[in-house]
Design a binder for this molecule. Sequence first.
Ligand SMILES: NC(=O)c1ccc[n+]([C@@H]2O[C@H](COP(=O)([O-])OP(=O)(O)OC[C@H]3O[C@@H](n4cnc5c(N)ncnc54)[C@H](O)[C@@H]3O)[C@@H](O)[C@H]2O)c1
Ligand SMILES: Nc1nc(=O)c(N)c(NC[C@H](O)[C@H](O)[C@H](O)COP(=O)(O)O)[nH]1
Length: 220
Amino acid sequence: MHVVVNAAMSADGKLSTRRREQVAISGPEDFDRVDALRADVDAVMVGVGTVLADNPSLTLDDPALVREREDAGESPHPARVVADSHARTPPDAKLLDGTAETFVLVAEEEPIEHRETLEEAGATVVVAGENRVALPEALDELASHGVERLMVEGGGELIFSLFDAGLVDELSVFVAPKIIGGRDAPTLADGDGFVGDFPDLELAGVERIDDGVLLEYDCE
Ligand SMILES: NC(=O)c1ccc[n+]([C@@H]2O[C@H](COP(=O)([O-])OP(=O)(O)OC[C@H]3O[C@@H](n4cnc5c(N)ncnc54)[C@H](O)[C@@H]3O)[C@@H](O)[C@H]2O)c1
Ligand SMILES: Nc1nc(=O)c(N)c(NC[C@H](O)[C@H](O)[C@H](O)COP(=O)(O)O)[nH]1
């Protein structure tokens, strides 16, 4: 599976504020680029922290992109995926609105009733890992459902885990000319952090867009 991570951060590396509220870091051109990236993949993934903070829809905004997918014989929107070890996705979350197929990845220890609640809300539940979603296993399972190209939109906890598991092929990050600050504000890669064996990136593109810069990297 090919995994592309995309995010927008402030010049000091923050994905949002210490209150974890959604902030528009991208400008209009970058949001259009994100829409086009979504149109190019089989599924778009976030962690449940992002679902709880932002309630994203993860569908395509531009009807022309929807038509292009349909003309190519694909589903109108990419599937949606939530890494959600303890089944905390609210049944009325926007990404369970039926617009696209939604996979919720949960851990084995999660009680069967919680899985059933998600299924009743329309989710396809994938179980992987004992007490936390095991990402390599979960991505293999998604591949068996036809997901060959996966885009990950965050947040920082999920992005760190994907790097930690060596699962990221490409990273694109829009850097906005603002400082958000705050030691408790989410950054591009949170989790426990690396103390050695840092994943190396190869700079593949630098582009000025909106009032910021888009950095594109290939991952080893
Ligand atoms: N600027 C951006 O591009 C951008 C993008 C996405 C989110 N955000 C912001 O990021 C914040 C949310 O990020 P976050 O880091 O709190 O949450 P997150 O979205 O990374 O979700 C983390 C949660 O995912 C679940 N999870 C399941 N399996 C996991 C695994 N193997 N590894 C890691 N997590 C796993 C856990 O419950 C964990 O708490 C919000 O403030 C949101 O607004 C910003
Ligand atoms: N690229 C990007 N730039 C930002 O400035 C920002 N705040 C996010 N945040 C990602 C997060 O997941 C958002 O919630 C979804 O980008 C919203 O997606 P929808 O429009 O609801 O589909 N992403």
